[in-house]
Design a protein around this ligand. Structure first.
Ligand code: SF4
Ligand code: SF4
Length: 126
């Protein structure tokens, strides 16, 4: 049987249409600051630092990984970040990453927990 994550990967229309991804969301939403009621998201962790090759950017169907190479802060940011409010949790970026920096929130290595907030903070003032 296919997982709901696999179904969500079929396109952003599912989220926009209030589909399975929305139905699977817990009533409490996330407890991370500033993102209550957001859907589940992937996040980028430590090993992106020093690699930053943007392979993940190329495959993201909703363009939620930044900064991209043509954005002004690409050179100054240490890593790339995923916008949890836009990510549809499709998982397409995971296998593109040569340094295994991208995980769904629930599978993020414990020692990388701080990267959830680091990803969120990047988009706070955008
Ligand atoms: S899981 Fe990755 S590819 Fe899919 S929407 Fe989120 S950031 Fe983009
Ligand atoms: S593919 Fe991995 S290392 Fe490359 S920019 Fe994306 S998260 Fe960073």
């Amino acid at each position: 049987m296919r997982s709901w994550r696999g179904l969500a990967g079929e396109g952003p229309w599912l989220k926009k249409a209030g589909g399975i991804a929305d139905m699977m969301q817990s009533p409490e939403g996330s407890l991370h600051e500033g993102t209550k009621d957001r859907d589940m998201s992937h996040f980028i962790g430590e090993t992106c630092i020093g690699t930053k090759d943007t392979a993940c950017v190329e495959v993201c169907p909703v363009d939620c990984i930044h900064p991209t190479k043509d954005e002004p802060d690409f050179e100054t940011e240490d890593q790339l970040y995923i916008d949890p409010d836009t990510c549809i949790d499709c998982g397409l970026c995971v296998d593109e990453c040569p340094v295994k920096a991208i995980y769904p929130e629930e599978d993020l290595p414990e020692e990388w927990n701080k990267y959830i907030q680091i990803n969120i903070d990047y988009y706070k003032n955008k």
